[in-house]
Design a protein around this ligand. Structure first.
Ligand code: HEM
Length: 538
């Protein structure tokens, strides 16, 4: 700010100084009046009483009283960084998204998080981790809001409040913080057995990453990419860390939670400050966009299922580098707002019922968390593309809109015609056919198999990894009070693998139940060349 913004002669500048942030030589009130003392309230004599007329005292304390905003209802604890995404150009055949183009550089902001704990909880707990990326592309913001595990607990968003209520601390004692080791969590995941796969990933070493820099990320759902000719391809997004995937041993994680509860956020910030910029390759598994949306018998709309990489290899499409720490945690990490509906031309959604519910949920919660509908004006959320949205007014509006006619077409303000059609770079939804089917509250039969893929995961583990999984189930289930819940958990494990079940049962001192489903061992993967479906990018 120029010194004349504070002219002692009383001459004001014609417009307010640009910066909303702090500047100027002197301490002032929020109204810009200079202060001579901020350490003593105004009193009737040095021993009081304090006078109600002290506006500076009331302004300072009132503002402080309102400094906190509600933490996120899930993923409250997080750490973030700025970076750049560079497209390889390899996705050009399947998506027209400009930021995927060869050598196109796009600024990004990435927020990593735990799911269950509150904002002040420890980093190294056993939990899923969020991996949310905001791409500030020239075509508008694209958000990829994923996790470090490729599957989710539930198949339909209507159960999300239920799984989160079950995972959060018990309502009576508000314990445990940030952990799934308690009755309601295990009650839920053993009654809703579609949660078996994600729970097994949580009990594996994936549940306790060594570092945010050493985690994979997954979009989980299947998305639909569209190329310049309008042809569509189904994809699953993957982030592959250049440092490889590493986990902590459970004892390490427990000690770290005590010694340095900020371990992961410190690790990320320190690495970036030291110039050791973490990198991930973004890749896609590609599937033909068939009517049934099945691939090798796997329902691509079921978010509790993966497609093994042996069947559909991950093909790299770009490189993410995190190279700068936030300068203000609140302004950036806390106020950033991700949303799956933030899409750019070339990327569309599918009918996965979990994805569809998420499309509603994030905007709704952000209106409450960020105090109204104008949080897109916050610096961290602003698109790096021109915005002309006809949205007006509302809580915390900071723009001074010009013109009189925020509707189109109008005959008063002129300009800004509708950009009809894809030729003008507009976002046009894929005209996917909606099946002629009766309304039902139901799920597809192909969502029914809850055990084949957990078994596949268990069989893919090495002996030490299996030991860790057994130890994790034993530790967690031993925290439950209700024997009936432990017994039900053993029944679920019996359906995954007899040996897994027997070892956990021994740890719990309970009998081994018989399985209720019989699974054939997975068939060896067909050679890639025999698969009609895979869709190489080149
Ligand atoms: C927040 C991922 C399912 C509701 C988040 C965040 C991530 C994430 C990474 C943190 C965003 C941030 O850093 O600010 C996922 C994944 C899911 C999933 C991968 C399943 C595949 C759901 C579902 C719902 C939901 C089904 C609701 C129906 C929320 C809400 C927030 C959130 C309300 C807080 C958002 C905010 O306050 O800004 N999720 N989530 N999520 N998620 Fe999800």
């Amino acid at each position: 700010r120029g010194p004349d913004a504070y002219s002692p002669t009383g001459q004001a500048t014609s417009t307010p100084p640009d910066e909303v942030a702090q500047g100027g030589e002197f301490l002032t009130t929020a109204q810009g009046a200079r202060l001579y003392d901020t350490d003593h309230s105004l009193k009737a004599g040095p021993r009081g009483p304090v006078l109600l007329q002290d506006h500076h005292l009331r302004e300072k304390i009132t503002h402080f009283d309102h400094e906190r905003i509600p933490e996120r209802v899930v993923h409250a604890r997080g750490a973030a960084a700025h970076g750049v995404f560079q497209g390889y150009g390899t996705a050009a055949r399947i998506s027209k998204a400009a930021f995927l183009g060869k050598d196109v550089e796009t600024p990004v902001f990435v927020r990593f998080s735990t799911v269950l704990g509150s904002r002040g909880s420890a980093d190294t707990v056993r939990d899923t981790r969020g991996f949310a990326t905001k791409f500030y592309t020239g075509e508008g913001v694209f958000d990829l809001v994923g996790n470090n595990m490729p599957v989710f607990f539930i198949q339909d968003a209507i159960k999300f409040p239920d799984i989160i209520h079950a995972g959060k601390p018990h309502p009576d004692r508000e314990i445990p913080q940030a952990q799934s080791a308690h009755d309601t969590f295990w009650d839920f995941v053993t009654l809703h057995t579609e949660a078996t796969h994600h729970t097994l990933w949580n009990m594996s070493d994936r549940g306790i990453p060594r570092s945010y820099r050493m985690m994979e990320g997954f979009g989980v759902h299947t998305f639909r990419l569209v190329n310049a000719e309008g042809a569509t391809t189904l994809v699953k997004w993957h982030w592959k860390p250049k440092l490889g995937v590493h986990s902590m041993a459970w004892e390490e994680a427990q000690i770290t939670a005590g010694v340095d509860p900020d371990f992961h956020r410190r690790d990320l910030a320190d690495a970036i400050e030291a110039g050791a910029f973490p990198q991930w390759e973004l890749g896609v598994q590609t599937f033909p966009d068939t009517e049934d949306q099945l691939f090798e018998g796997i329902d691509l709309l079921d978010p509790t299922k993966i497609v093994p990489e042996e069947l559909a290899p991950v093909q790299p499409v770009g490189l993410l580098t995190l190279n700068a720490n936030p300068s203000n945690y609140f302004a950036e990490t806390e106020q950033v707002a991700f949303h799956l509906g933030h899409l750019v031309p070339g990327i569309d959604v599918t009918d996965d019922p979990l994805l569809q519910g998420r499309l509603f949920s994030y905007l709704d919660t952000q209106i409450s968390r960020l105090g109204g509908p104008n949080f897109n004006q916050l610096p961290i959320n602003r698109p790096h593309a021109a915005v002309n949205d006809m949205l007006r007014d509302g809580m915390h509006q900071t723009a001074v809109h010009r013109g009189v006619a925020p509707y189109r077409p109008n005959s008063l303000d002129g300009g800004c015609p509708f950009l009809a059609g894809e030729d003008n770079g507009a976002y046009v939804e894929v005209p996917e056919r909606v099946p002629a089917a009766p309304k039902v509250r139901d799920a597809a039969v192909s969502f029914d198999d809850h055990y084949s893929q957990p078994r596949l995961f268990w069989l893919s583990m090495t002996p030490p990894e299996r030991e860790h999984i057994v130890a994790a189930y034993t530790f967690e289930l031993n925290k439950c009070w209700e024997t009936a819940i432990k017994e039900r958990a053993l029944k679920v494990l019996a359906n995954i693998d007899g040996e897994l079940c027997a070892q956990v049962a021994a740890g719990l001192g309970l009998p081994v139940p018989a399985p209720t489903v019989t699974l054939a061992d997975p068939a060896p993967s067909p050679a890639l060349s025999q698969l009609g479906g895979t869709w190489p990018l080149d």
